[in-house]
Design a protein around this ligand. Sequence first.
Ligand code: UD1
Length: 428
Amino acid sequence: MNRKDDIIVVQGNQTLTGKVSVSGAKNSALKLIAASILANDVCTIQNVPNISDIDIMCQVLESLGAKVDRKDHTLVIDSSFINSVEASYKLVSQMRASIAVLGPLVSRFGEAKVAMPGGCQIGARKIDMHLMGLRQLGVKFDVNFGYLNATVPSKLRGANIRLDFASVGATENILMASVCAEGRTIIDNAAREPEIVDLCNFLNEIGCSIHGAGTSVIEIEGVDVNSLHGCTYKTCGDRIEAGTYIVGGAATGGPLTVEGIDPDYLKTAIRKLRDMGVDVKIDKDSITVSRDATKPLRTVQVQTLPHPGFPTDLQAQFMLLACLAEGTSIITENVFENRFMFAAEIMRMGANISLQEHHAVVKGPVKLQGAPVSSTDLRAGASLVLAGIMAEGTTTVTEVGHIDRGYEDFVDKLCRLGAEIERKNPKK
Ligand code: UD1
């Protein structure tokens, strides 16, 4: 994996049909790995996706001194060997989510040194709310030579923390910093994503005391750091991976079933699919989509918002679907500024999209045409491969390392669903 120069060559006019199992959630597993720092013991994390972002988080833990053993989809992390509190620039610059070690490090060791994450292609992605929350718990910060140095001059004390925006990363860092603070912490306007619930369940398994996960108010009762212990925990299914295949099925007709996902995680997206004329059947842990692909879809209005709103990580996929709808659809991005890189690429395949600040106006239906395109980020990359599957002719997707960050066996899974796709290295 992560062969940088690889390309994905996609033959068009294909139908995706059959069953696909989703892997464990990337955005959950990454934080569970970070949270295992707190245990000072052995944590076994199951259903961990085999993707390059997880490779990097494992390297971050190893660089701190933890022993990490990875077999198939199970990670065994022994954090009792940790002897460093520094997350290097080399690792943090490869993956912003490395910042998630900040909370657990200050909680367990009273200090941390983490390279400042830079901006990224999908907007400024600041960490001011992470720092504001941790400061209220008693953490002091200074920035030297590109590193954020965190210290705890006296001790961490519980606090009432209100977030201006329900940030996923800030909620997670504050959670992990507060679990061993003296007294009670309340996070108001906390993020409600399923991955936050997964993290809280994991933290409770290792001995923390957290209530209200999945609601806007999370209460954390501080416990003694020495009372925490290891556990065995299974990561929840990846709702964004599931949503990506569902869009593939909806676009090409299906029937396509995704398994290993709680349909509740995708309520808003499912509602939008039904509004567009897609037949969606829900089971306990699977979702099936189908439709008559000879007819256009209905238009859609999508506004990305924190969960349970429409997920920004499915915005590009739905922009693709909107290209198949008869009339004008509007896609509004509220979570990240500058997250419309996909639009520029898909326009090269014939899409009719105009961008007006944080709105994309999509006119359809269009028959997309195969073209050489570049995968500008993780979700855009996956959506371009789907675009290639429904287009006329051949599409070549470059920069596929972005896709490897978040989709396990993307090409193989799509081939098993009937796509004609090949990953190759043009230099060989
Ligand atoms: C996480 C997910 C990402 C998803 C996003 C929103 C991981 C590894 N990534 O990212 O896939 O798209 O949630 O669901 O879990 N912000 C600030 N200050 C802060 C923190 C955030 O201004 O201190 C802003 C960001 O710039 C962004 C918005 O808030 O515009 C949302 O960010 P956040 O919810 O924190 O997303 P991440 O945790 O970075």
